[in-house]
Design a protein around this ligand. Structure first.
Ligand SMILES: Nc1ncnc2c1ncn2[C@@H]1O[C@H](COP(=O)(O)OP(=O)(O)OP(=O)(O)O)[C@@H](O)[C@H]1O
Ligand SMILES: [Mg+2]
Length: 230
């Protein structure tokens, strides 16, 4: 059975376990994520944060229990449709093709659409990235540049849920603030965010809720009191 109010819940974990062989990685995760939530996912290394996000976007399957999106099991959605609605930005950015432009063309290609250069220019402007980077080889990009290009690729088409796995870990302070603003604006426009971070300030600055995972279990899931930062 579902827990609580399913009408407002966008994503539900119902008694989810994830094991790899003998190793229990996530244990009995029951969780409701509401439309418009901005959730910081925190906790010690190895606690299961990345695994939780991979389950959310159907990159991996639970060993037990169910995951529901808009009140329907995520397995009932076609994989391509689901990943467009629930997008995941990897902990280690993964770029492909030769150039930055190849990467940004990809979301249009899979949707059978023509590339929208105005959208790309607008996002480069938001991220304060020089537009000439479009023609740069991906092999020459810095770690921080790769992170931002992978993020731009994920939001060219705005997803309903955006799952972010330490996407500012390689960025300096100024660029971190720029990325945070873009993500916060997406949330204000209705995108539900789950953001894994080891940065305590970042975890408290924007989120309405904080989810702490330890040893594969929910240690706590509570409202964030942003006032503490003021
Ligand atoms: N496919 C797998 N096979 C075996 N063990 C795995 C697998 N995936 C994850 N694990 C283990 O599960 C645990 C949780 O991993 P996970 O990557 O979810 O942690 P995390 O909270 O994201 O950690 P970090 O903060 O270091 O990124 C770790 O002990 C990891 O070694
Ligand atoms: Mg991780």
């Amino acid at each position: 059975m579902f827990v609580g109010d399913i009408i407002m819940s966008l994503l539900i974990f119902d008694g989810v376990d994830y094991r790899n062989g003998e190793k229990s990685i996530l244990k009995n995760i029951t969780l409701e994520i509401h439309k418009g939530d901005f959730i910081s996912v925190v906790g010690p290394s190895g606690g299961g944060k990345t695994t939780l996000l991979k389950l959310c976007c159907n990159l991996t399957n639970p060993t037990k229990g169910g995951i529901y999106f808009n009140n329907k099991s995520i397995h009932e959605y076609a994989a391509t449709e689901y990943r467009q609605r629930v997008a995941y930005c990897f902990q280690t950015p993964y770029l492909f093709g030769d150039t930055v432009l190849d990467n940004l063309n990809f979301p249009y290609t899979i949707r059978g659409k023509k590339i929208d250069m105005n959208r790309i220019h607008a996002l480069f402007s938001d991220f304060q990235i020089d537009i000439n980077m479009l023609h740069q080889s991906t092999t020459n990009l810095s770690g921080g540049e790769k992170q931002r290009i992978a993020l731009i690729r994920s939001i060219l088409f705005v997803p309903e849920v955006l799952l972010l796995d330490e996407v500012t870990s390689a960025l300096d302070k100024d660029n971190t603030l720029i990325v945070e603003k873009v993500i916060d604006d997406l949330n204000l426009q209705g995108t539900t965010i789950m953001w894994i971070t080891h940065n305590e300030l970042q975890s408290k600055k924007y989120a309405n809720k904080i989810l702490r995972l330890e040893n594969g279990e929910i240690h706590n899931f509570q409202l964030n009191t942003k006032e503490a930062l003021l």
